[in-house]
Design a binder for this molecule. Structure first.
Ligand SMILES: *Cc1c(COP(=O)(O)O)cnc(C)c1O
Ligand code: SF4
Length: 387
């Protein structure tokens, strides 16, 4: 037992030494590697104010203005780890644009909504969204390590008072027991990995104990924004509840660092299947070659691309939104041109509660009785005759 603990410490110190080569920011040059590797330290030392940020990043006037207004649900939070990935001189840095507010967030476009997917309407119990027949979404926390500027749930996230899910858990579990068609529970948020391991385990255990629940998923961005959160303790806890899948949220190849790979390796080696959801974001990942690179890098760290989302009509996200045609074109440039596993499904979440609706290139040119005229990825035409 003691030797096991020592072994883990040794590995974690090795990892820490490796990652310390990365923080090029002088801000962190005196940080103890063990602190750097401690996710609580990372959370405690998050950058929350314009004053702190302006010491290390050359802020633009747009960012300065955004930072003066970003409060409450719009608050900024950047982990020291994530900060080290930001290009301090390039305002278009994809890591930077996802995390530093700008004045554009305070411009509301005509079609934008507070709750574009009408999750609140489909919530029969506080903290649970029941939209599809056989599966539900649980909003386990209101906190995330880093607040994404494009967040769909910004009406919910960003408040740091810790009302834990434990108070709601009983009514959630009662609902699951009363609705035996629910076989799949997705625990998301906010970020469920913001919970301490023992609280997260209590949640998982109670949900897993419902006989009709056969499949669990955890939706988290922390392996991307704070990979230190993935500890050996977390992995050994999660693996007890197999089958449990983890859905990650990656938007740009720059997010796939050596440190992030270590976190994903630990999860994958622990037998936890990993998927990734990506939000299509203007100027960040709206070029097919960047998306292709991201999907390839994900496969290399054993993460299966799952969805690309059209950026929802959330208030203050107009500057991130592309036309739907941009997403369709990205799928066109992936399907057939690269590994099938590298091709996610592009979806639009039907505004007002329609759920995820797949949109993509059309490969069926015409369809008559017993005859399909199809095109392949190169545009060549084929006829398929049915018997
Ligand atoms: C996305 C989502 C799910 C899960 O959908 P899948 O397509 O099965 O991944 C479930 N409930 C809600 C409300 C969702 O938004
Ligand atoms: S991690 Fe998810 S819930 Fe949290 S801010 Fe980012 S998009 Fe929103």
């Amino acid at each position: 037992m003691v030797s096991e603990v020592l072994q883990v410490q040794k590995i974690e110190t090795q990892i820490a030494k490796k990652t310390l080569e990365a923080p090029h920011l002088s801000l962190y040059k005196d940080v103890d590697p063990l602190d750097w590797e401690d996710w609580h330290w990372q959370l405690k030392n998050r950058i929350r104010t314009k004053e702190e940020l302006s010491k290390v990043i050359n802020l633009t006037p747009e960012e300065e203005e955004g930072l003066s207004q970003a409060k409450g649900r719009m608050a900024m939070s950047i982990t020291p780890y994530w900060l080290t990935l930001i290009d301090p001189h390039d305002p278009n840095c994809p890591i930077r644009r996802q995390s530093i507010p700008t004045k554009y967030e305070f411009i509301i476009s005509p079609h934008e909504m507070v709750d574009p997917c009408a999750e609140d309407r489909d919530s029969p119990v506080a903290g649970l969204v029941h939209r599809y027949p056989d599966r539900v979404l649980i909003l386990a926390t209101e906190q995330c390590a880093m607040y994404c500027r494009h967040c769909t749930r910004r009406r919910l996230v960003g408040v740091e008072h810790k009302e834990t899910i434990l108070g709601r858990l009983e009514s959630i579990v009662d609902y699951l027991k009363a609705n035996r068609k629910i076989r799949d529970v997705l625990i998301s948020g906010g970020d469920p990995l913001m919970l301490e391991d023992d609280i997260l385990e209590a949640v998982i255990q109670k949900i897993r104990a419902v006989p009709s629940v056969e499949f669990l998923r955890i939706g988290t961005r922390m392996p991307v924004t704070l990979p230190q959160r993935v500890t050996s303790g977390l992995v050994s806890m999660l693996r007890k509840y197999s089958p449990l899948w983890v859905s990650l949220h990656f938007n740009h190849p720059k997010e796939i660092t050596k440190r992030c790979k270590i976190a994903c390796d630990m999860l994958a080696d622990g037998g936890i299947p990993l998927g990734s959801q990506t939000v299509l974001l203007k100027g960040i990942n709206d070029r097919p070659y960047i998306m292709k690179k991201l999907m390839h890098e994900l496969l290399k760290i054993r993460v299966r691309p799952y969805y690309i989302y059209q950026c929802d009509l959330v208030r203050g996200t107009h500057h991130f939104r592309t036309p739907v045609a941009v997403g369709i074109n990205i799928i066109e440039k992936l399907r057939g041109h690269t590994t099938g596993y590298a091709v996610p499904v592009y979806v639009v979440d039907g505004p007002g509660g329609g759920g995820k609706i797949p949109v993509g290139p059309n490969y069926v040119l015409s369809q008559a009785k017993g005859k399909y005229v199809l095109r392949n990825y190169k545009g060549k035409i084929y006829t398929y005759l049915e018997e």
